[in-house]
Design a protein around this ligand. Structure first.
Ligand code: NAD
Ligand code: KPL
Length: 305
């Protein structure tokens, strides 16, 4: 089986993974949105990764989705709302036994992807690393973090897993990936929407800790109801720790809104509210928060799903 890492989406996280894998001598190919993006990339001659203030250039080969050749391993690095349609376009190229690694934050997009490619193995990832695009094809590695990977349907560690440590990508295989994703989703639901609604950095929420605590109580009830009691443990304490540790930062949702970009609300707060409704669980504060956020996004002309 080919050991090439095909990377779908050369945005912040996709470029960060691509550059580190390429630097370690792994075979990497980027899959860009269309021929126009491919031409722009080829004119730039590669990706630039800025790390510890130093820029390095990587001439990683790239192709468009319609290129020929089978794909055995695909790192899906699109936003959650783009992942399923982007993967669907590649379905005819996925080889027998292909494996997908899904980097999307939140929950819901992983199942949407799996529905498109029922015969492939879908590995879910939860990342706390931070990267952002300074320009087209130029990404800054902004925050050290960690990556947990796992497959809810199959505990076996993939053969290629050592590629990650060899590339300096901090990662661990876990059989509890859904717990990790739910915990991060709960943290994001307790922090990110409030930073948008109160127009503040994370530390601004120290003035709204009562509101945060009420949301954490409801989120913990949801986690327990949907079979994730571990993800509910000491949620409020961890949320407060994260608020303090990231006090000077703006949440990812705040930054998306400030830059006029679509948010991933559908896969974060939206997913939490839909799951609560499916379980017949009334969470009035979370539902009200969702409605306020939707209203605020619509008032700014941004998609609210
Ligand atoms: P991004 O917007 O920087 O990159 C996404 C890329 O996917 C873009 O370059 C876009 O053009 C491309 N894309 C979209 N549709 C495509 C298609 N059909 N074919 C090919 N390419 C396509 O997003 P990001 O910040 O890298 O985030 C990706 C995911 O990782 C999100 O779910 C995000 O929440 C998660 N995440 C990001 C970070 C981070 O620091 N950036 C950290 C943790 C988790
Ligand atoms: O992950 C985050 C984000 O901004 O998306 C933190 C820092 C945890 C805030 O929810």
């Amino acid at each position: 089986m080919s050991s090439t890492w095909h990377i779908l989406g050369a945005g912040s996280l996709g470029s960060l993974w691509a550059c580190r894998l390429a630097r370690a001598g792994k075979a990497v190919r980027l899959i860009l949105r269309d021929d126009r993006r491919l031409a722009a990339y080829q004119a730039a001659g590669g990706l630039t990764l800025v790390e510890h203030g130093q820029a390095s250039h990587y001439a990683i080969p790239a192709e468009s989705p319609g290129a020929h050749g089978p794909i055995h391993r695909l790192l899906v690095a699109c936003k959650a709302y783009d992942a399923a349609s982007a993967v669907a376009r590649l379905a005819p190229r996925l080889a027998e036994g292909a494996e997908l690694v899904l980097l999307q934050n939140g929950l819901g997009s992983q199942d949407e992807v799996a529905d498109q490619v029922p015969r492939t193995r879908c590995i879910f990832a939860s990342s706390t690393e931070g990267a952002f695009r300074e320009d087209d094809w130029r990404v800054r590695f902004a925050g050290q973090g960690f990556n947990w990977l796992g497959d809810p349907a199959n505990p076996t560690v993939p053969q290629w897993f050592d590629d990650l440590s060899e590339a300096g990508i901090p990662a661990e295989w876990t059989v509890d990936i859904l717990t990790r994703l739910w915990r991060k989703l709960a943290l994001n639901c307790a922090i990110n929407p409030l930073t948008v609604l109160h127009d503040c950095h994370n530390g601004g929420l120290l003035e709204h800790l009562g509101e945060v605590a009420t949301l954490c109580d409801e989120l913990a009830a949801l986690l327990r109801r949907c079979g994730q009691p571990q993800a509910a443990e000491m949620l409020d304490e961890e949320v407060q720790r994260v608020i303090l540790a990231t006090a000077a930062n703006y949440s990812s949702m705040y930054q998306d809104v400030r830059h006029g970009r679509r948010t991933e609300v559908h896969y974060l707060l939206g997913h939490a509210c839909r799951t609560a409704a499916r379980h017949g669980l009334g969470l009035p504060h979370l539902e009200r928060l969702h409605q306020r956020l939707v209203d605020s996004l619509q008032a700014r002309g941004l998609p609210s799903d």
